[in-house]
Design a protein around this ligand. Structure first.
Ligand SMILES: [Zn+2]
Length: 405
């Protein structure tokens, strides 16, 4: 569901405007066709060596797609990690064979329908008409072919979107991401920053690149990645769990871990929350709350949403791993694979609308980690029900050790 909303939210008409601009440039100067001609003949690429895919890249990108991104990037001499990140932003992990109502379509969401929102002027050929590549060799450039779409996306990046060659800087590629989107930010979402953060996580190392958000996942994958799994989960060693029954009431968190509007949790988890937030440098942005899943742990005061206090998401991934999460189980997020007792559910990178800025795409509610404690009223338990006001669970599991209570 999320992917559609990602590309529909893009002001795709601007792509059409860009195409029109490109046509104008061609008409006035004749330079564009020369550039394009050079690109078409550029088989094998001419720039620096391409970065090796990282563990995260191998986890997130299907092997057939990874192969296409790398081959297309090599042919048109751009960074494959950048191309793949644009592709993920536009289409997620799917094949995206459809044309959407705005007139863009395919794996790279390229303008394909004349006179549509994506390509408003019916007298101007679309980007697809001008640049479409028959990469799968069936005799026609087809928007429904992932190979044709990905090659065409790679082909337009340098001449139309201004992407640099392989080896170009972070800033230059970021500008190309802005151009691909039609703007640098829209509706509060920084498309370019999300694309670049993911490209770095996939292995992009152009000059000026920040550190990857998940260093453990951003190392080159050597050979096969066992079970699609990244670095082995670090055992949290948080000391196991115990059940507690009282006092069953809401209690405010201290201001150092919940700046701004203070948050309250069920008093039984407050010591755990303070311990985790301080140890891993997090602020708690929500605990007890009714604006969440009504049969989850937020209305019980037994779940937190958190984000790094200093903006360093590497601390948040350390927290995620400490409570039992790892990338291989992220899609479910639940015990026993993805949460060690006392925790029941972790929502982080790989779970919809959760995770760091590179992974929370689309991102209702903003980047964050969610941690639920196991309670007698959690999903799957007899007491579980939808709540519209605070009603404490009979018992909650909490950390047994650490001397923090
Ligand atoms: Zn939450």
């Amino acid at each position: 569901m999320g992917r559609e909303s990602t590309h529909r939210s893009r002001p795709a008409w601007l792509l059409g405007a860009l195409a029109a601009l490109a046509i104008t440039v061609v008409a006035i100067t004749g330079v564009f066709m020369a550039v394009l001609g050079a690109d078409v003949g550029c088989v094998g690429g001419g720039g620096s060596a391409q970065a090796a895919p990282t563990r995260t890249a191998k986890q997130e990108i299907a092997p057939w797609k990874l192969k296409l991104y790398r081959a297309a990037a090599k042919r048109f001499d751009i960074e494959w990690a950048f191309l793949a990140s644009i592709g993920y932003q536009e289409c997620g992990n799917g094949a995206c064979r459809e044309i959407n109502p705005s007139g863009c379509g395919g794996a790279m969401q390229i303008a394909v329908v004349r006179g549509s929102a994506c390509s408003p002027d019916p007298s101007v050929p679309t980007l697809w008409e001008r640049y479409g590549v028959d990469a799968d060799g069936d005799g026609t450039a087809s928007i429904t072919s992932p190979a044709d779409s990905i090659y065409t996306g790679a082909r337009i990046l340098r001449p139309v979107m201004g992407a640099p060659r392989t080896g170009g800087s972070y800033a230059a590629y970021r500008q190309a991401a802005c151009n691909y989107y039609g703007a640098c930010a829209y509706a509060g979402v920084s498309y370019a920053d999300e694309v670049m953060a993911r490209a770095v996580q996939y292995g992009f190392r152009g000059a000026g690149s920040p550190k990857p958000s998940d260093p453990a996942g951003a190392v080159p994958a050597t050979g096969a990645v066992p079970g699609g799994c990244g670095a082995p989960a670090v055992s949290g060693g948080l000391g196991g769990a115990k059940r507690v029954k009282g006092p069953a009431e809401l209690k405010a968190l201290p201001p150092d871990i919940t700046p701004g509007t203070p948050e309250s949790c069920d008093s039984r988890i407050v010591a755990d929350v303070i311990y985790l937030a301080r140890r891993f440098g997090q602020v708690v942005t929500d605990c007890f709350g009714l604006g969440h899943t009504p049969d989850g742990e937020h209305p019980l005061g037994a779940a937190i949403d958190a984000a790094p206090k200093d903006g360093n998401w590497a601390n948040t991934i350390r927290l995620a791993r400490a409570v039992g999460w790892d990338p291989a189980c992220a899609a479910s997020g639940v015990r026993p694979d993805c949460a060690d007792p006392p925790f029941r559910f972790i929502g982080y990178n790989g779970y919809a609308s959760h995770g760091d800025p590179a992974h929370c795409v689309p991102c209702t509610g903003g980047p964050h980690i969610h941690i639920s404690w196991q309670t007698s009223a959690s999903p799957g338990m007899p007491e579980n029900t939808s709540l519209y006001s605070y009603r404490p669970a009979t018992w909650i599991e909490v950390l047994a050790g650490k001397g923090n209570r």
